[in-house]
Design a protein around this ligand. Sequence first.
Ligand code: CU
Length: 66
Amino acid sequence: MTTIKIKGMSCKHCVMAVTKALGGIDGIKDVQVDLEKGEATFTEEKPIDRAIVRERIVKAGFDIAD
Ligand SMILES: [Cu+2]
């Protein structure tokens, strides 16, 4: 499992948007987003480039905390 910090989520709609953005990436599955912790957890079926993850998250209107 991989866990990343997501910046900018404030409600369950944000959670859904982030879940959808991550779930749309080829090779990522089992996406779980925790609003209170500001974290997203997922399984990588193959190594996923962090730049791609960041790009999708930014496109959805959020950002990743390093
Ligand atoms: Cu929201």
